[in-house]
Write a protein that binds this ligand. Structure first.
Ligand SMILES: C[S@@+](CC[C@H](N)C(=O)[O-])C[C@H]1O[C@@H](n2cnc3c(N)ncnc32)[C@H](O)[C@@H]1O
Length: 321
């Protein structure tokens, strides 16, 4: 995935105004803090926030984009309004504006006033009027959400910055403000997945319907195997991104987990989902599927199964089967 052009230009403008040595040091600190699962500790100064734009925003934008694409395959109702929780620089707003053609009103809630101001500056450069007119609220998620209902409530890479008690409260509140959908995206780690599993259990008990990725509401078979469900979004690296990360490859694969809940039952039949990279061999491909029956199965598609073989060529990890 490539960033929307207007976002890329807006990010470049912010990043180019920083001292390169300071930016490099901040990018290193940020990567280190992500390895230690302590992202908040690395977002203190303006140069830290600029480093976030250069090295993390493209990845989280790609993850939100993929999560929304898979959500839209199973949920086609128009989404007019969006509440983004823990917006940072408004990454999820940009992904949503690309994926949701009917979007006409955005609200962003972020604790860090300087991150919100940065998000506002970026959004001013968007072509999409809903993005330019985003209502920014500087507030703490644990202090309760603003009054109102939004078609979609999104929480991207923010749940993991809260305590367990705060997460449970936020999930309940986010759900009560979601008129149609709640989508939560977390890093594709055991911890990120555990946060989503807890939200899944909590909201199934509150009669939510799962849109994606799970094709069922049974106990998660991955969790039963002490494994974790996650996906990968490929993001093209900009030259700044490559330089700051000392990276040789022109792309990176962002690992993420997500879950989308709907208020109404789905209008489509559930399909199995490919939950690992298909293993391609000569004349056959093995795929791991999570099925509507709530089981994990491994199946082999051979070249002689012509229709399936052709179908599989267009699919990858995370797609419906
Ligand atoms: C890793 S960033 C993710 C930003 C953005 N959602 C994205 O996907 O790129 C997490 C954001 O959540 C915000 N955050 C964390 N705890 C918060 C809280 N209690 N209230 C409001 N915002 C919070 C942080 O300030 C930070 O901007």
């Amino acid at each position: 995935m490539q960033l929307p052009v207007a976002l890329r230009r807006a990010v470049d403008r912010e990043v180019d105004s920083c001292n390169t040595a300071q930016l490099r040091a901040a990018a290193l600190r940020l990567s280190q803090s992500y390895r230690e699962a302590n992202a908040a500790s690395a977002l203190i100064s303006d140069v830290d926030r600029a480093a976030y734009l250069a090295v993390r925003l493209p990845a989280t934008c790609a993850a939100v984009t993929r999560a929304l694409q898979w959500t839209r395959e199973n949920f086609s109702e128009d989404i007019h309004s969006l509440l983004d929780l823990g917006s940072g620089p408004g990454t999820a707003l940009w992904a949503a504006a690309e994926q949701l053609p009917a979007l006409d009103s955005c609200t962003a809630l972020e604790r860090d006033a300087r991150f919100a101001a940065l998000g506002q500056r970026l959004a001013q450069q968007a072509e999409h009027p809903a993005l330019r007119n985003t209502k920014w609220i500087t507030a703490d998620l644990s202090a309760g959400l603003p009054q109102g209902q939004w078609d979609l409530v999104l929480c991207s890479y923010a749940l993991n910055e809260l305590s367990a008690a705060q997460r449970g409260k936020l999930v309940a509140e986010a759900w009560s403000h979601a008129a149609k959908l709640l989508v939560v995206i977390e890093p594709g780690t055991k911890t990120g997945f555990a946060n989503l599993s807890a939200a899944r259990q909590q909201l199934l008990a509150a009669s939510a319907h799962i849109v994606a990725p799970c094709p069922h509401t049974q106990a998660c078979p991955m969790q039963q195997n002490a494994d974790w469900c996650h996906f990968a979004a490929r993001v093209e690296r900009t030259s700044d991104h490559r330089r700051l990360k000392d990276a040789a490859l022109g792309h990176e694969d962002e690992k993420f987990s997500f879950i989308a809940f709907a208020r109404q039952p789905l209008a489509v039949e559930p399909h199995a989902r490919i939950v690992r990279h298909p293993q391609i061999a000569s004349g056959y491909t093995q795929i791991s599927l999570c099925t509507p029956e709530g089981t994990l199965v491994r199946t082999t598609v051979t070249r002689s199964q012509k229709d399936d073989w052709r179908r599989l060529k267009r699919l990858s990890w995370g797609d419906r089967w």
